[in-house]
Design a protein around this ligand. Structure first.
Ligand SMILES: [Zn+2]
Length: 396
């Protein structure tokens, strides 16, 4: 086997590099001595890492604009700063049946991307390996290498306990329960990885790059296999005491008896998950099909003009709206953004939700809330992970 022309950096060097980028992201501008003191790294390790980062154009070093003079030397210490506009991030969107990796710059522009369709819920180990492969493909597409990445973030479709970082039950990620995805991904990439719930990432994505605009009180609803909400309140993500806020899929509806995977009956997502809505659409669009027979359905965004289908979608909207009306009464949001696969159904879904919110929420709060579908389509979560990685890269 011949040696590669450019040897891969050692894991220790990558860790040192990530530590430096993190401390510069947090503190802005620092002298080499300050970096050494704050990180506990030796002066020579700091010096060699700063040289690498200068070569890559990720930091700048300026002797004229820095702070206190170096003790006893009668001159100012050179200051190292992160060149924020030049930082690159790696982001992952874990869905139930797909995984996407993207390389982006700090403005959120995607420079390279790769997706694989796979059973995320049931094969966590294979999925973590796929993350590494897809990251490599996205980096190749972007023309960069992993050691040029400043920060990594991922959104996962499961209940993530922020006290322990582990996936909690009940979760659609049944084989991930008890796993710590941030630690697992950290091992794969040899550096810290920020991990968040997918609905939280969706809220971030829509706020930063989509339909959220400058709204400070926003509920993002990911309506897919499960139904979860990302809550942006007063301009900040609200995760709750243990990180599991927004599980609106397990709010009970009156007069329904469907068993939910959580063990209760009548939970919202047991009635209007994308699987249930597709089953009903198959029933009205292919009435001759046998129960359980696979029916090819058109994409949801093409069904607004098909009256029977629009009626099914509108009914799903009214059901979701019944639960959202209570949330609107409680939180008085300015906007609700509906994403996920069901969100792609567009106008009939939004009209259904609007009807229930107007019917069940107090008029003053109902009229204050704008209800719309996600502008980023199925990419809200990916853009949210990019936003989280950029925040980690630049200390935001
Ligand atoms: Zn439930």
């Amino acid at each position: 086997m011949t040696a590669p022309a450019v040897p891969a950096p050692s894991a220790r060097r990558l860790r040192t590099r990530a530590t430096l980028l993190a401390v510069l992201g947090e503190h802005g501008t620092l002298s080499r001595a300050e970096i050494s003191r704050l990180t506990g790294l030796s002066r020579s390790a700091v010096s060699s890492a700063v040289t690498d980062l200068l070569d890559e154009g990720l930091v700048s070093e300026d002797a004229t604009t820095t702070g206190p003079p170096a003790a006893g030397r009668g001159r100012r210490a050179a200051a190292v700063s992160l060149r924020r506009a030049h930082a690159l991030v790696l982001a992952f969107d874990f869905g139930h049946t797909h995984l996407t990796a993207a390389v982006a710059d700090t403005s959120g522009t995607v420079l390279g991307e790769a997706t694989a369709h796979l059973d995320v819920d049931n094969h966590p180990r294979e999925v973590l390996q796929a993350a590494e492969t897809l990251a490599g493909q996205a980096l190749d597409a972007a023309g960069h290498r992993l050691d040029g990445i400043t920060a990594i973030a991922a959104g996962i479709p499961g209940a993530l306990d922020t006290r322990t970082n582990v996936v909690r039950a009940p979760s659609t990620l049944s084989q991930w329960i008890g796993m710590d995805p941030a630690a697992e991904l950290g091992r794969v990439f040899g550096r810290p990885v920020t991990v968040g719930n997918d609905a939280e990432m969706g809220a971030r994505g829509e706020r930063a790059h989509g339909a959220g605009g400058t709204v400070n009180d926003l509920i993002y609803v990911k309506a897919s296999t499960g139904i979860g909400a990302g809550l942006l309140l007063d301009g900040r993500l609200y995760r709750g005491a243990s990180g599991i806020s927004g599980e609106i899929g397990h709010i009970q509806l009156p007069d329904t008896g469907t068993w939910c995977r959580c063990g209760n009956r009548g939970c919202l997502e047991s009635v209007v998950s994308i699987t249930e809505v597709r089953r009903r659409l198959a029933h009205v669009l292919a009435p001759g099909a046998r129960p359980g027979e696979h029916v090819d359905l058109p994409p949801l965004d093409r069904l607004a003009d098909v009256p029977a289908a629009a009626r099914v979608i509108g009914e799903a909207g009214r059901t979701i709206g019944r639960v959202l009306a209570d949330l609107v009464n409680c939180l008085n949001p300015a906007a609700i953004v509906i994403g996920g696969e069901l969100g792609q159904a567009g106008a009939p879904l939004v009209h259904g939700i609007r009807e229930s919110v107007d019917r069940y929420a107090q008029p003053a709060v109902a009229e204050a809330v704008d209800i719309r579908t996600s502008r980023l389509g199925l990419r809200s979560e990916l853009y949210g992970a990019i936003d989280a990685a950029v925040a980690a890269a630049v200390g935001g």
